[in-house]
Design a protein. Structure first.
Length: 116
């Protein structure tokens, strides 16, 4: 008896989701049905995905990214700047300044502090 009621409810929800998906665009607040080995789960929106994105956004926050080092080197006057070396301590950016090749070294830390 319980299994047939559960199957009927699940079928109704899937049909409702199909009709809602065809008639309206998907929103973050849509009802989502997850069927796994542990049973059937209902959820609204991408709560778990948003939490993972929030967690990953702060991952490796304390490092100097290549793009940030290149932008900072450009603000220091380097043209055609590109990363020539990167390790766990430093990020070296090479480019041209006043017609001469120049290398700027940044620490591989938050904010890309200039070393020399």
């Amino acid at each position: 008896m319980f299994k047939s009621i559960r199957t009927a409810v699940l079928s109704a929800l899937i049909a409702l989701g199909t009709v809602a998906g065809v008639s309206a665009p998907a929103n973050a607040g849509d009802l989502r049905v997850y069927a796994g080995s542990g049973g059937i789960y209902f959820g609204f929106g991408d709560h778990y995905n948003r939490r993972d994105v929030r967690r990953n956004r702060h991952y490796n926050r304390g490092v100097c990214r290549n793009g940030r080092a290149i932008r900072k080197a450009a603000r220091h006057g380097l043209r055609r700047a590109h990363v020539v070396r990167r390790n766990h301590r430093v990020v070296k950016v090479s480019g041209r300044r006043h017609g001469y090749r120049t290398v700027v070294t940044f620490a591989n830390a938050r904010g890309c502090p200039r070393i020399r």
